[in-house]
Design a protein around this ligand. Structure first.
Ligand code: SAH
Ligand code: AVI
Length: 330
């Protein structure tokens, strides 16, 4: 992988393909087959996600943008002049643009994403409109340890921005681990602004993950396309189907790929058997209340310091400050 000027590609990224192979082989060998959702985001998957955000049923992006537009001034008050803004899982630059337009002069804006193509392209598109800003994209897996660029490290304070409810794609214990890692990366007295989807009617949620145009289905199935291309997989896409539903007991939308028949599939030289109806669990999208996310964050040292919601109370932006030292792992 090539590190471009003014950008950072961390050493762990050179291992990306073998991590992918190891995680897929491990997940397909489990009693309940699964693949971690971070592997959705190759260049095609990132574009498909962007198309999901334009579907009429997928309300989260529109709600979050509305909250940002209506409250940008107040939210930006959390960012002191000279701070560095670090965006986790940045994807499209749309939301950052709104925040940056209201923010004071910053030491740096650091979008961090696992998809190198996306983070580089979005940074390149942002620069001409924010010519005074030091935009320093980083390609990294934010569940792992990674270093911020020097400009962000030497800033007096760092503010994290984690929009899109990507926090919901973690298991709750992984979300706590992410928040602990974010505290470590951002450092003392940092702030964190998180976009989190709220618990709501199953009907609204089921529609959002089963759009009429079938873009979410394509996004889900693209994981098999990626496994076929990068890991020598033999998945026949016509024999797997997108399933998504709200699991009320666990406050999460589950996405699966269901095998339509009994079959064998090879991946990286290994053979996996599927029963008819058996699924690969590809994603959870946990929905939070302000209280439940607040409790999770408090548990690892972040103090809730602000909440903004849209009119329908579908989505929230929640702010946290890091008071004391990072809580040790339980
Ligand atoms: N922030 C954007 C995109 C959300 S989609 C929005 O609000 O619309 C989730 C984003 O997180 C994708 O861009 C994906 O590539 C990135 N992502 C997912 N898992 C990641 C990981 N483990 N490390 C870094 N980026 C990750
Ligand atoms: C990025 N993430 C928060 C999206 C979500 O809603 O869980 C990913 C997605 N999956 C299906 N549709 C959108």
């Amino acid at each position: 992988m090539v590190a471009l000027a003014r950008s950072t590609v961390l050493p762990s990224q050179s291992d990306d393909l073998s991590d992918f192979a190891a995680d897929v082989l491990k997940g397909l060998s489990a009693t309940r087959k699964r693949v971690p959702p971070k592997y959705f985001y190759d260049a095609i998957g990132s574009k498909l996600f962007d198309r999901i955000t334009e579907q009429p049923e997928y309300y989260p992006t529109r709600c979050e943008i509305r909250i940002l537009q209506d409250n940008a001034g107040d939210i930006a008050k959390l960012i002191p002049p000279g701070a560095a803004l670090v965006e986790f899982g940045s994807g499209s630059n749309k939301k950052a643009r709104i925040l940056l337009a209201s923010a004071p002069v910053l030491a740096a804006y650091v979008p961090v994403d696992i998809c190198g193509e996306m983070v580089e392209q979005e940074a390149a598109e942002l620069r001409p409109d924010f010519s005074y800003l030091n935009v320093h994209p980083v390609t990294a897996d934010f569940t792992q340890d990674f270093e911020l660029p020097e400009e962000a490290q030497s800033a007096p304070l760092r503010v994290g921005f984690f929009p899109g409810s990507t926090i919901g794609n973690f298991e709750p214990h992984e979300a706590a681990a992410f928040l602990r890692n974010a505290a470590k990366i951002l450092g003392p007295n940092s702030r964190l602004i998180i976009g989190a989807d709220l618990i709501k009617d199953a009907e609204v949620l089921n529609a959002a993950y089963n759009d009429e145009a079938g873009v979410t289905a394509q996004f889900n199935l693209n994981l098999l396309v990626r496994i076929n291309r990068e890991l020598g997989g033999t998945f026949n896409l016509d024999t797997f189907e997108h399933h998504a539903f709200f699991n009320r007991e666990r406050n999460r939308v589950e996405m699966h790929l269901a095998s339509l028949k009994r079959q064998k599939v090879k991946v990286a030289g290994e053979c996996f058997e599927f029963r008819a109806g058996e699924t690969i669990h590809t994603e959870n999208s946990y929905k939070y209340s302000v209280e439940s996310l607040g409790a999770l964050a408090r548990g690892v040292g972040w103090t809730p310091s602000g909440v903004w919601k849209d009119e329908k109370k579908y989505f929230s932006i929640q702010a946290f400050t890091l008071a004391g030292p990072v809580a040790p792992k339980a």
